[in-house]
Design a protein around this ligand. Sequence first.
Ligand SMILES: [Zn+2]
Length: 68
Amino acid sequence: MLSPVKILLLLAVIAAVIVAARFFRKPENDGKKKAGRSNAEGETTTEMIKCPDCDTFVMSLEEHNCKS
Ligand SMILES: [Zn+2]
């Protein structure tokens, strides 16, 4: 026997699954959009450092030479 309560519960479970699927998919899509910075997990030195002298973002201040 299918009672209205069981049907409502079934719909609630389906809705919860759909919401959960959206919740887990969204961060993945955002991560792919932002993946332009660091494509590989091994590369952790992709953060840019702002040079205090010429305000230029460089990979490392040690290798950077300001154009005087
Ligand atoms: Zn500089």
